[in-house]
Design a protein around this ligand. Structure first.
Ligand code: ATP
Length: 354
């Protein structure tokens, strides 16, 4: 049995179904992110695991034990919130030691464990400061130390990095991942930031309307999204409506308007209308002999590490194409050929409820 098990977990607030029969298993030591848009039920799920909200239905098990009648402070859980929620009138040391004091850990042992937790988050020198004299990033580390000092069996993180600026957030992502790996604590992160989920997680659970529509490694989720929802939520993609014409071995033959396309067989039988996903970085400029389609460049924008082109194409929508940085291979108004490998096209089920 997995370390954390959620079975058919539900939560209603009056008429609103916030969490709708959600199943999730998290292995010991694993880092899993709940990723989804605002209102999909991520925070409510985390609050139920923590014991701050009672489920309307379903079960939560931690290490095999049913949590139905276990109070929040008895669940062995450390939590970090977006707001940090530090006590303003307490020093860093007192903030971090608070949970140990509540658990009646003797003062001598407490001091050692607080020092250890502060070292872990690299705040050793700031034990005597008050929160108001700390930067946002430092406050965030105090909150993390406070959650870790109790040596929790499970660490819950609710958008812990979203108050930090982009550069600091990136640094903290790497640090958080290192700390999680060095402590081995089973972790569930709530985020709406796909880059953050990808950088931190062993597996990502993509949520939509109260349940999980896909759970997989970051690579699988990005490369093999099951639905248009997952495909567009995890990065940019081009969605193309097509009809299945037949099958040649492992590949489907498809048609989108006048354009013949190929995609790996899996979903879709002859006559079906399907949605295809083609990631912008899989498309390249190509000479006429090689091109799958021709189009006109509408815009080309240089972003430093890559070029981003929008192309008027016979596939309907404006096609987005990313190219590695270097000299621009095309200019606005120019007619270009575009090519991609058929095995890079994904056929989506289009079913959000996966
Ligand atoms: P966000 O990223 O904006 O925090 P979320 O995915 O965490 O969103 P939740 O906060 O879990 O989503 O909310 C899920 C749904 O439940 C939303 O429609 C929200 O309005 C509703 N909801 C959450 N808490 C309550 C509450 N205490 N009373 C009534 N409705 C609630």
């Amino acid at each position: 049995m997995a370390f954390l098990e959620l079975q058919r977990l539900s939560k209603r607030f009056g008429d609103v179904v916030a969490v709708d029969g959600l199943d999730l298993s998290v292995e010991q030591g694993e880092f899993v992110s709940l990723l989804g848009p605002s209102g999909c039920g991520k925070t409510t799920t985390l609050q139920m695991i923590a014991g701050f909200e009672d489920p309307t239905g379903g079960e939560i098990r931690i290490a095999g034990r049913d949590m139905a009648n276990v109070r929040a402070n008895r669940r062995g859980i450390g939590i970090v919130f977006q707001s940090y929620a530090l006590f303003p009138h307490m020093t860093v040391e007192q903030n971090v030691g608070f949970g140990l004091e509540m658990r009646k850990v003797p003062a001598g042992e407490r001091a050692g464990r607080v020092a250890e937790a502060l070292e872990l988050v690299r705040l050793g020198g700031l034990a005597g400061r008050y929160p108001r004299a700390l930067s946002g990033g430092q406050q965030q580390r105090v909150a993390l130390a406070r959650a870790l000092v109790i040596k929790p069996d499970l660490l819950l993180l609710d958008e812990p990095l979203s108050n930090l600026d982009a550069k600091l957030r990136e640094e903290m992502q790497i640090e958080l991942r290192n700390i999680q790996q060095s402590t081995g604590v089973t972790t569930v992160l709530v985020t709406h930031d796909q880059t953050e989920a990808m950088a931190l997680s062993d597996r990502i659970a993509v949520m939509h309307r109260g349940h999980i529509v896909q759970i997989s490694t970051p690579f699988e989720a990005y490369e093999f999204p099951k639905s248009d929802f997952v495909s567009t939520f995890l990065g940019k993609t081009n969605l193309v409506a097509a009809a299945v014409e037949g099958r040649d071995g492992d590949m489907l033959r498809l048609r989108a308007g006048d354009v013949a396309l190929k995609a790996p067989a899996g979903e879709g039988a002859e006559g079906d209308r399907v949605l295809l996903s083609i990631r912008p970085e899989k498309i390249r400029f190509a000479d006429p002999a090689e091109a799958v389609i021709r189009g006109h460049v509408k815009t080309g924008v240089f972003l430093g590490n890559q070029w981003l082109f929008q192309i008027d194409s016979p596939l309907g929508e404006l096609l987005v194409v990313h190219q590695n940085a270097g000299r621009a291979e095309a200019r606005a108004g120019e007619e270009v050929g575009l090519a991609w490998e058929g095995d890079q096209v994904r056929v989506l089920s289009g079913d959000d409820h996966g």
